[in-house]
Design a protein around this ligand. Structure first.
Ligand code: MN
Length: 244
């Protein structure tokens, strides 16, 4: 499980004038963040940097959650103290290798509506919880996933990093098998491509770099109405499990 390969791709899209998404691919920490507000690109970058600096070398789920809260506090402080940055905030979704009671596993934290998917057996399954108005409506059964993707209020978040002094991120643990793949992405991807399409690309394109590029290309071909960022994380097969 420690054998991870990860790549990132981030693109401005076809409509926006700046890319306010930020991505991070570290040895065992992977992050996407989608900034909002006039200087949203500062919020997303600061959140990613503070998360990386705060999480430390020896990680547990709790330390990942704590680092996310520190990132929140740092963005909030900057927005409070600099009038030009007032109102900025960001989503953040991070996958970290963590040590638990049963050894190493993966933990996923998120605030806002950037997502993580687990790709297993040819299908993609969203494993994060969207903090968004349409997310609430989908969970209440009042909206379908596909209606949410084109809903006029789809960008309204119910929770974001940097809008208050504290935040409680969602946390899920994942114990993927060799050969599984994980995807982190901002809403610029999943508002253009449905879960089936995301699963199909990530199951058929073996090279992670080519898969990431293909996802971005498809989002742009559908209109590219938002910045689009993806991180593809492959769980490598252990050497002894390789075919002869
Ligand atoms: Mn976005």
């Amino acid at each position: 499980m420690t054998l991870l390969t990860a790549v990132a791709a981030s693109d401005i899209g076809r409509v926006r004038e700046s890319n306010q998404d930020a991505v991070l691919v570290d040895e065992d920490l992977f992050v996407v963040a989608d900034g909002m507000g006039v200087r949203g690109e500062i919020a997303s970058l600061l959140a990613v940097e503070v998360l990386r600096a705060s999480v430390g070398a020896i990680r547990t789920s709790a330390s990942l959650v704590e680092a996310c809260r520190e990132a929140n506090h740092a963005v909030w402080r900057r927005a409070e103290t600099d009038p030009e940055l007032a109102g900025m905030g960001t989503t953040l979704t991070a996958i970290g290798v963590v040590t638990g009671t049963g050894g190493k596993t993966l933990a996923v934290v998120n605030v806002g509506d950037s997502r993580a998917y687990l790709i297993q057996g040819g299908t993609a399954q969203c494993i994060t919880t969207d903090d968004s108005l349409v997310g609430d409506l989908v969970r209440a059964g009042e909206l379908t996933e596909s209606e949410a993707r084109t809903h006029p209020q789809r960008s309204i978040l119910t929770k974001a990093l940097g809008v208050g002094p504290d935040v409680q991120p969602h946390l899920v643990r994942v114990d993927p098998a060799s050969g599984d793949r994980l995807l982190l992405c901002t809403d610029g991807l999943f508002n253009e491509l449905d879960e089936g399409e995301i699963g199909s690309v990530l199951s058929s394109v073996k090279d992670p770099n080519e898969a990431a590029v293909e996802l971005v290309r498809l989002a742009n071909s559908r209109g590219g109405s938002d910045n689009v960022s993806v991180v593809v994380v492959d769980i490598a097969r252990p050497p002894e499990a390789l075919p002869e």
